[in-house]
Design a protein around this ligand. Sequence first.
Ligand code: AMP
Length: 607
Amino acid sequence: MEKVIGIDLGTTNSCVAIVEGDTPTVIPNRGGYKTTPSMVAVTETGKRLVGHIAKRQAITNAENTVFAVKRLIGRKWNSPPVMAAKESAPYRVIEGPHDDVRIELRSKLYSVPEISAMILQEMKIIAEDYLGEPVEKAVITVPAYFNDNQRQATRDAGAISGLDVIRIINEPTAAALAYGFGKKIDRLVAVYDLGGGTFDISILEIGANEVFKVISTAGDTFLGGEDFDTRVMDWLVQGFMDEHGVDLRQDRMALQRLKDAAEKAKMELSSQATSEINLPFIISAGQNEALHLQRTLRRETLEALCEDLVGRTVDICQATMKEAGLKKSDIEDVILVGGMTRMPLVQKSVAGFFDREPCKGVHPDEVVALGAAIQASALLDESSEMLLLDVTPHTLGIMIVGGYFEELIPQNSTVPTARSKIFTTVRDNQTAVKILVMQGESTRAEENELLGEFILTGLRKAPKGQLEVEVTFEINADGIVSVSAKDLETGIKQSITVTASSGLTQEEIDKMAEESKDYMVDRRFSEEFESARQDAEKIIRELERLYDDVERMVKGSDFGQDALLKARDIIERAKAAIDEKDLEQVKQAIETLKRTQKMFKGVLART
Ligand code: AMP
């Protein structure tokens, strides 16, 4: 059967899983780790690094190392998260041509979906290495709170990476799937997901008949572990300022080291009461004077620094429960997802709010990818009865006269869904209607996210208020929106799939996908070449080591001298093939080298 993978494309880490037989399994990367840092870097020589190797060199190559790019995906240039990243990220965040965001690495500009695609491609490679065959299809997860632009941009990233994204599903839904898989339970559960960059809370009904229905979902796409790190960093910077009068923020390298140290301390404090932060030579102050940073962070201090962040997540939980008309006692289990839920304060606050200890059976870093893999395999398996009923996290509507927002599909409606509403013209003989499609909760249109716009033209002339236009919104199972508008009398109809206005054009996506394919071919070639080179060089080294002994053995024999000359020639030709990077020649050379190696060993065995 065709293999489909599930990918949790995280802010901080990504994870890939597959269902083998009936068992969902996380696929480890080459280093044996089950998660891979969502980091991309370009080195001085132009080499692309993804994952752990990108993370390892982040301090010395801070300007060309991208992390937390998920915070920027599908965002418009002027949005607060982009402005915040522009100010604080060590990499350069630049305005793109479609009111979007580009990132500059070694003088080349990359769109955000392109960077995400590099991470997806890495996950694809991890799966292919493990399975020993190409993987073309994937289910990718996104935070439930992602709007249409963010979903579209994630889809674009999939297309650029060379993956056919058969479904986008929400992270909490994926977590509930992994939790309920094969259990045959009827249960109302809350999924509390606090990751590196985002927070989501979802309430789901799990049915014994394999129906997973989302009752309500809410969250904040700009609240996560990175904010906790920032609090610790601010505390360190302020302390350093008080002690030495030096502002560490002025130094990018110091900042990157601080960030790493802050995260490390935060993580340590999940299992220890104190953490030592030690950063020798953090900055130089004047001539020959290096300053060191050394502080002890206590768990209570960390908790005090981050209390309000955790409080914000609890407020969101409260709001979503209220909106769903649920009491805390209705919730039968709480599933924790995301690395940040390892923090004791988070666990304590969640347990306190829901009045119950969270479920211990799921692994917060792996559960989302496992759920994606379960959904992936169910989509391919025609006999599967599993049904996911997700909801739209935001209200969808259009802008109407006066700048107001008219709702068409309310928040938390089950998807897929379609709704229509009839609007009338506002001017006499109006022949065109401009429709602005928006997503958000404000009654003022301008405060909501603009998803796209289109103009319905060729309307027949009629007095104002007399011409009726039916506007239909549709949201598919991926949560992606399409809109159509119809003149009810003439039947003239126009529709669009709302393509993210902050995203990329189809041409750009195709071009990037082409480049990414070339990269993949190059990379596979270099890996294969590298492995062949190592094999060949190993035999060459052995032959050279044995050469003198063999020469002594065959002294006086013409036949032996001849064989030695041939061996020399074979070695030289193998070296030349390596220098020329000719993979086929190197592969052939390995065969002849092996024969020579056998011959050498045969000669020496005769002693
Ligand atoms: P995720 O996006 O789910 O991979 O979560 C990553 C976030 O979890 C990052 O901000 C990490 O610093 C944080 N994290 C990972 N492990 C721990 C831990 N043991 N204690 C506290 N935070 C953690």
